[in-house]
Design a protein around this ligand. Structure first.
Ligand code: TRP
Length: 408
C-alpha cells in the first residue's frame, strides 16, 4: 500500500535537535482522528482550535518522528514496531492515513511488527463491550486488507495473554495516582464518558505500557492523543530499569505525516458518529457520505487549513490518495465549487480503496482463516510475554522456584 505524502521524509529533521522526553506533554489529546468513538470526545478537540503552542508541540513531535524514521531505515532489524487499536468499530480512512499506513510502510522496510487488539480497553468507559467478538475479527480483516503481512506480524487480543496482563502489577507500583490523574487524554475521556471514573480508565495507560514493553517495542506509530501514554510508558521503563536493573528499552512514538482528517460533519472522524468513511464501506456509501460532508458557502475552492478547515480536509484526502498537492487540486477545481471537490474526493477514495476492499471481502468470507491468524499471534505473544515476565520476576527477586519447576 502506498499512501502519498507531500511532506519530505528527512528534510529539515536532520538539523532539528531531538526534544527531550516530556517536551510534548500537555498536548491537546484526540488530535488525529483516532480514538474513534464519540464517547471519547468532549467536542473541544476537533482540530479547529489550532493555536501556536499546539502547532509547536506538533512540529517538535514530528521532527523527532523524522529522526526515528531515519534510524528505522538504517537498522530495521534493531527495532520492533508495536501498535494497536481498540475493537470498537471498523477502521476508517483516518486510521489508514494515520497509523495504519505507517505500520505497513515500516513492515515493508523490514521492521518486525506486533499489533495488539486492545479488547480490555473497550470497557474502560462503558459497561457494554458491544459485539466485540465480531469486531476483533473485523479488525484483523482491516489490517490484512490494508497490507499488513500475516506471515510477518504478531496480531493478538491482549485479553488472551495472561503474562502481559500480570506485568501491570509491578508497573502500577512505578506510577503515582497524581501522575495518572494529570494525563490529558484520560481527562478528556473521563469528561466524555459521562459516568464516574472507573479504575480501569484511570490506569489503562499503565496496561498500555505492558502492551508495549512485553515484546520490547521500540517504535510506536500513534496519533497525538497517545503521546501522554507513550511518555508514561517511557517513565515506567526508566523507573523499572533504575530500580531493578536494566531490562527495557525506551520506546519512541512515531507520528503520522498526514494532517488531521475531519469527518463529514466537520468534527474529528470517529467510528461511532456516522461521520467516517470506513474501509469496509461500499462505493455508493462512500460517495454519499462525502457528498453530505459539511463545507462552507464560498464557491472558490482554496487550500486554507486554518480559515477553511472542512474544504482543506477534503483537499488533504484527495492529495493523500492521489499524490497531488492540496493547493494544486484546489487550483484545478477553482470556481467549480465544493460539489466538484466532493466528486473528486469520492472518486479518489473509491479508486484507491478498490483493491483493498476486494481483499477485505475475500478475508471476511473466510473467518476460519482470520481465526488462524489470531491463534498464531496469541501463541507467539504468549511466548514473548512469559519470557518478559520471567525476566521481570527475576529482576525483582521474585522467581523463587525458577529452574526447579516450570510455571512458578
Ligand atoms: N489506546 C490506543 C487507542 O485508543 C490503542 C492501544 C492499545 C495502543 N494498546 C496500545 C496503541 C499500544 C499503541 C500501543 O488508539
Amino acid at each position: 500500500m502506498q499512501i502519498h505524502s507531500r511532506v519530505p521524509m528527512f528534510g529539515p529533521a536532520d538539523a532539528t535537535p531531538v526534544p527531550a522526553p516530556g517536551e510534548v506533554r500537555g498536548d491537546r489529546p484526540d488530535h488525529d482522528g483516532k480514538h474513534d468513538d464519540g464517547k471519547h470526545d468532549d467536542g473541544k478537540h476537533d482540530g479547529k482550535d489550532h493555536d501556536g503552542a499546539l502547532d509547536e508541540a506538533v512540529s517538535r513531535a514530528q521532527a523527532k518522528s523524522a529522526v526515528v524514521e531515519e534510524r528505522l531505515r538504517l537498522q530495521p532489524g534493531n527495532h520492533l514496531v508495536l501498535s494497536g487499536d481498540r475493537p470498537t468499530g471498523d477502521l476508517h480512512i483516518g486510521h489508514l492515513l494515520g497509523t495504519l499506513a505507517n505500520r505497513v510502510r515500516l513492515q515493508q522496510l523490514g521492521v518486525p511488527l506486533v499489533l495488539v487488539i486492545a479488547d480490555y480497553q473497550v470497557i474502560v468507559d462503558r459497561t457494554d463491550p458491544g459485539p466485540v467478538r465480531d469486531r476483533v475479527r473485523a479488525l484483523v480483516a482491516d489490517y490484512l486488507a490494508a497490507g499488513v503481512d500475516p506471515e510477518r506480524t504478531v496480531i493478538f487480543p491482549h485479553s488472551a495473554i495472561p503474562s502481559l496482563n500480570q506485568l501491570m502489577l509491578p508497573f502500577l507500583a512505578l506510577v503515582s495516582a497524581a501522575e495518572l490523574h494529570r494525563n490529558p487524554t484520560i481527562k478528556s475521556e473521563m469528561n466524555a464518558a459521562g459516568r464516574p471514573l472507573s479504575g480501569l480508565l484511570l490506569t489503562y495507560p499503565v496496561h498500555q505500557a505492558a502492551d508495549i514493553l512485553f515484546c520490547g517495542g521500540t517504535v510506536v506509530p500513534v496519533g497525538m492523543d497517545q503521546l501522554p501514554h507513550l511518555e508514561l510508558t517511557r517513565s515506567i521503563a526508566r523507573r523499572f530499569n533504575d530500580r531493578y536493573g536494566h531490562l527495557f528499552r525506551l520506546p519512541e512514538p512515531l507520528l503520522s505525516r498526514t494532517p488531521l482528517v475531519l469527518g463529514t460533519d466537520g468534527r474529528k472522524m470517529s467510528k461511532s458518529r456516522g461521520n467516517s468513511i470506513a474501509l469496509s464501506a461500499n462505493e455508493d456509501l462512500t460517495a454519499s457520505r462525502i457528498r453530505s460532508a459539511k463545507t462552507d458557502s464560498v464557491r472558490l475552492v482554496e487550500y486554507r487549513p486554518k480559515a477553511r478547515p472542512e474544504v482543506a480536509s477534503l483537499l488533504e484526502i484527495v492529495a493523500a490518495f492521489t499524490g497531488d498537492t492540496p493547493a494544486g487540486i484546489a487550483h484545478e477545481i477553482g470556481n467549480r465549487g465544493s460539489g466538484a471537490l466532493k466528486a473528486r474526493a469520492a472518486e479518489a477514495v473509491n479508486e484507491f480503496l478498490r483493491p483493498l476492499r476486494a481483499r477485505r471481502r475475500e478475508l471476511v468470507a473466510e473467518p476460519s482463516y482470520l481465526d488462524g491468524v489470531l491463534l498464531d499471534g496469541i501463541g507467539q505473544a504468549n511466548a514473548m510475554a512469559s519470557s518478559t515476565l520471567g525476566k521481570v520476576r527475576a529482576a525483582m527477586d521474585m522467581d523463587y522456584l525458577a529452574g526447579r519447576r516450570a510455571g512458578t
